[in-house]
Design a protein around this ligand. Structure first.
Ligand SMILES: Nc1ncnc2c1ncn2[C@@H]1O[C@H](COP(=O)(O)OP(=O)(O)OP(=O)(O)O)[C@@H](O)[C@H]1O
Length: 379
């Protein structure tokens, strides 16, 4: 399998700039996800790698060798599509064998490869069945077998789970991940579904409007989003975001939003964030980082670094089994979404006290949307 590099690639369709100056690297054996909303340019990137769309500018290399001039057939790329694209009248084994037959691979060698994949993909039970009667999950496993049988340099997964229902989706995504790791496949996954990207990919490239926003491990994207787009896009329920004004009085820094005041010790805040000099910023707090306690007038025990507690009432509860997502309304009318262990004892109207550790607050420039420097303090 190859190491794939995208070097400052652009895709223009007439006046439409679909991909703008994107550089990415997918090392051998890694799964890289291209994630973003519809129209962000991820399919255009996939098509340029596959060779079905020309690159307007820039270069794609496999093991440092340019491939842009090669026709699709000469790139040795396998594709797994959302709609499986199998031959319905053929059996599972015949579908997997098809690319080898076309290439005239000797029968004995072909049989060995097919058997290996059938075993690896747990397809023994359906081996000789026509694919038209099989479940979506089984059909997608067959299409993966067909993709891998010819030993490609790169596997492209184009929304491979979109046609599957909940259970099959979860099962197949872990199977693809296992297969990708055991077979050490260099692979690129295109998806608009963050849970898919996070569950399967080693690294995720988040795109918006043709521009690469951030590339990193799922953990990096979650913990240190580079800008407001990534902060808002990654995480479910999404991060709470507030435009705040910054007021410094003595050794306190108070962030104000719509009558909501969050108060921090200036020296503690300074341990976590740099560049908060201006008088406006946007802060982000993940719902699971909002600390909620039943509010009966008592103060939630803070560790000194935490903002003062803020009274809020439960406005809405979404039970999710092992957690409850609470929509809380402060006295000033600000909405804070919190995720707490479930099932909780809160009911609509419950008084609560909320607080957040300073180390859990994300800071962004309101002007540029970029994250302000995090110092990586401990709280
Ligand atoms: N053949 C084309 N001609 C003109 N514009 C195109 C063409 N293909 C894509 N575009 C435009 O380029 C932009 C990026 O499209 P692209 O399909 O790459 O995005 P995407 O993130 O994959 O979206 P989706 O998930 O909806 O396919 C969009 O504005 C789209 O309308």
């Amino acid at each position: 399998m190859a190491t794939v590099d995208f070097n400052r690639i652009w895709k223009r369709y007439g006046d439409v700039e679909a991909v703008k100056d994107v550089s990415l690297n997918c090392p051998q054996g890694e799964m890289l996800a291209l994630l973003g909303p519809s129209g962000c340019g991820k399919s255009s990137i996939l098509k340029m790698v596959a060779g079905v769309e020309e690159i307007s500018e820039g270069e794609i290399t496999f093991d440092a060798k340019p491939v842009s001039h090669l026709p699709p057939g000469a790139r040795n790329i396998a594709m797994v599509f959302e709609d499986y694209a199998l031959y319905p009248h053929m059996t599972a084994a015949e579908n997997i064998a098809f690319p080898l037959k076309v290439r005239g691979v000797p029968r004995r060698e072909a049989a060995k490869r097919i058997d290996g994949l059938i075993d690896m993909l747990s397809l023994d039970d359906v081996r000789d069945q026509r694919v038209s009667g099989l479940s979506g999950g089984a059909q997608q496993r067959i299409s993966i077998g067909r993709a891998l049988v010819r030993d490609p340099e790169l596997v492209l997964f184009d929304e491979p789970l979109s046609h599957l229902d909940g259970d099959q989706k979860v099962q197949l995504r872990s199977e693809i991940k296992r297969l990708q790791q055991t077979a050490n496949l260099t692979s690129i996954l295109v998806t608009h579904d963050q849970s898919e990207a996070i569950a399967m990919a080693d690294r995720v490239a988040v795109m918006n409007n043709g521009v690469l926003q951030q590339v990193g491990s799922p953990h990096d994207l979650y913990e240190t989003p580079a800008n407001l787009f990534v902060a808002n896009f990654i995480g479910e329920p999404p991060m709470n975001l507030y435009e705040v004004t910054v007021h410094q009085t003595g050794n306190r820094i108070i962030l104000r939003h719509d009558g909501l005041a969050i108060d921090f010790a200036a020296d503690v805040l300074g341990r976590f964030v740099s560049g908060l000099g201006s008088d406006a910023a946007t802060i982000g707090i993940r719902p699971e980082d909002v600390r909620v306690s039943a509010g009966h007038g008592q103060t939630y025990a803070t560790d000194g670094d935490a903002a003062a507690t803020i009274p809020a009432r439960v406005d809405y509860i979404e039970p999710r089994g092992d957690s409850d997502v609470l929509t809380l309304k402060t006295d000033s009318g600000a909405i804070v979404v919190a995720e707490v262990d479930g099932p909780s004892e809160y009911v609509i109207g419950s008084p609560t006290e909320i607080s957040v550790s300073v180390g859990k607050v994300h800071f962004f420039s309101t002007e540029t949307g970029n994250a302000l420097g995090r110092r990586g303090g401990d709280a």
